[in-house]
Design a binder for this molecule. Sequence first.
Ligand code: 13P
Ligand code: SF4
Length: 332
Amino acid sequence: MIDASDVLPVTTAGFRVESRTPPDRLDKLSREILRLKKELNAVLLVHNYQLPEIQDLGDYVGDSLGLARQAAETDADVIVFCGVHFMAETAKILSPDKTVLLPDKDAGCSLEESCPPEKLRKLQETNPNFYTIAYVNCSAEVKALSDVICTSGNAKKIVEAAPSDRDLLFVPDENLGSWVTDQTGRPMTYWQGNCYVHVEWTHESITRIRREFPGAPLVAHPECTKAVRILADEVCSTEKMVNYCREVESDAIIIATEVGMLHRLQKECPEKKFIPAPTDKCACNECHFMKMNTLEKLYNCMINRSPELILPPELIERARMPIERMLEISAR
Ligand code: 13P
Ligand code: SF4
């Protein structure tokens, strides 16, 4: 009989996230993008999961919460958003007068897909006492149906601030929801959605890598299942991972989140070694939505000023209130 460890991938130390832009295009495109940024008076906001060559050009690279704050505060005329569609929508809702460009308008998210607004509305109608907390990974329509938004960086604080006489409905990530209940003791009804990337890590795949690197702490994103989270030394948003890794004494750290994160971590902590957590199928894991953005598409969206994210003004109006409530609670 073949033992699983004979066929499963073994992670090699010194992992590097590779650029996907052909070397002969990299310099030229990068220079052109920086030139266009000046010409458009644009700010380049980049999520931690983006390709290395895109992260390297960002004015700000961070998690959903940091990106939302940057979008709300920028005085640029144009926001070029390198992340997924719901993140660019959030930027537009917070800065409706700005032009928001995105390299690929089809870059979605499995969590967003899992929660169509009509289905949410039907569930809400079953209990008028529901207080809906929506993880930011959802559409603008779902945000407009919610009382407050949260990100993985502030979910605990947002749930703690929810009215105690209401029944909490948490959408669309059941794993983030159950993690927050573990933190706060607040029971909630969870929408049955998940991130197709983060549920790929298993108790077994994580146990294997921990055995291989017994001295290395494990950091996991709260979108991972509970079976994985219980093995982690730290569970947090991508931005908080940077702080944890800077401060932890160990010089090798196992990371259970989308592999783009390792580029950011390696830049922030060049003296440390980051080990991607393997799944049962692969030595690391990536989000195909996040990777739809390429340097070429970024350049094209800036030169063509398209695709541009447009939302109906009345939807912006309805979706803004729960996001602003989140930012206000988060700043307390
Ligand atoms: P963060 O807000 O922690 O960066 O997470 C966003 C995300 O999409 C995780 O899959
Ligand atoms: Fe959505 Fe998961 Fe991709 Fe994050 S990693 S954007 S939650 S599909």
